[in-house]
Design a binder for this molecule. Structure first.
Ligand code: AMP
Ligand code: ZN
Length: 120
């Protein structure tokens, strides 16, 4: 686990900044989004500093964290009986990525439309 001392989500993983944890294992940390856009809004992050989805897919050492994140999402969905949900990753500025530590939003608990404004 390589954390970046200047990264907000690395500080959350390290416990230096408080968060409301919903799940944790060796590879993944998940917590409640501070500005939820739906009744359920969790962020799933690899427990190592990876900037973004481009880097996550750059080689097998990184991409195994994508598998671990989705395993964690499935576990949380099963534990919390969340039948329907949306997973979102924003990669890069134009897509709306504001924290440069790759993260997957799990959003649920309300009817969702489709289109770029539907979750704003
Ligand atoms: P993105 O815009 O895709 O980079 O998502 C970043 C998300 O991080 C936003 O939904 C923010 O509300 C959320 N966020 C920022 N700071 C915190 C924090 N300290 N604790 C929990 N969520 C946060
Ligand atoms: Zn980080």
């Amino acid at each position: 686990m390589a954390l970046d001392k200047d990264c907000l989500f690395c500080k959350i993983i390290a416990g230096e900044i408080p968060s409301t944890k919903v799940y944790e294992d060796e590879y993944v940390y998940a917590f409640k989004d501070i500005e939820p856009i739906a009744p359920v809004h969790y962020l799933f992050v690899p427990k190592t500093h990876i900037c973004c989805a481009k880097k996550l897919g750059s080689d097998a050492d990184h991409s195994m964290y994508a598998a671990k994140v989705f395993e964690a999402i499935s576990k949380v969905a099963a534990d919390e009986k969340i039948e329907s949900f949306r997973v979102i990753n924003n990669c890069g500025e134009d897509a709306g990525q504001s924290v440069m530590h790759v993260h997957f939003h799990m959003v649920a608990g309300r009817k969702m439309g489709w289109g770029e404004q539907s979750l704003g």
